[in-house]
Design a protein around this ligand. Sequence first.
Ligand SMILES: N[C@@H](CCC(=O)N[C@@H](CSS)C(=O)NCC(=O)O)C(=O)O
Ligand SMILES: [Fe+2]
Length: 286
Amino acid sequence: MIQCLLSTVFRGRCGYPSDNKPFLRFSNHLESMKGIHILRSIMPKPFSENFLLRQLFDRESCTYTYLLADVKACEAILIDPVIELAERDANLVKDLGLNLKYAINTHMHADHITGTGKLKKLIPGCQSIISKAAGAKADIYVENKDEIKFGNFKLEVRSTPGHTNGCVSYVDHDQAVVFTGDTLLIRGCGRTDFQEGSPERLYNSVYQQIFSLPDHYTVYPAHDYKGFTASTVGEEKRYNPRLTKGKDEFTTIMNNLNLPYPKKIDESLPANKVCGLQDLPDHLKF
Ligand SMILES: N[C@@H](CCC(=O)N[C@@H](CSS)C(=O)NCC(=O)O)C(=O)O
Ligand SMILES: [Fe+2]
């Protein structure tokens, strides 16, 4: 790369006609060097042997559900399942010959009912997990720095309040991935105008718990509304239009989003308080 740059400078200095072509070439080189530098710093690392990650999508709520597994130990977990797609997820787990150990939430969702309650019914032995601070029912409550183990692999729990009080992100350091829930979305972030949301807390959570991870860690959010599937810590640090701002400007942006409330908030919150097991609307009763 340095050789390329030097040869451009050299050629530019001696012999090219006096138009601006060498200088254009030189600045193109600088641009592509910037690109190469960014790409190098964010290139994902290969997963460990026997580690499986499947990203699943709900077209209705634009929610991502993640299936993670140790395929040797046949142990799996699901992050942020959606009730309407619990059968899809349970069938996938069975098709792959896996045992579902945990159905986990990143937070108490406001836009859809969690699938964790239904999955517990479909796959006996599966336990539900949510953060203690979420204020919702589950079999296991986690807090900052806890570990969730499945087979040979583990997730570190990082408390990332701001979108809601009980938001957590889950980090797998061996695979260099972070599941950010609604705390950090791709080129965006979770809204902060309900469920004890706070722009200042969200900003601190992102900077302290997510942007402190190495640049190449892949970011897997709980939603995407623009067609993205994943990002990296390095990319979001550079290009996230909200979080590249200072905290005051970020707070002003978040306090002026004026988004309509999620359509299903009134049915989702009471149901999610009890892990999607009670107070279900008629069409979702099981
Ligand atoms: N239109 C959807 C709700 C969209 C929405 O509010 N999404 C949340 C995450 S789900 S709690 C959010 O934080 N969005 C951030 C943003 O900038 O859009 C519906 O009616 O369900
Ligand atoms: Fe949310």
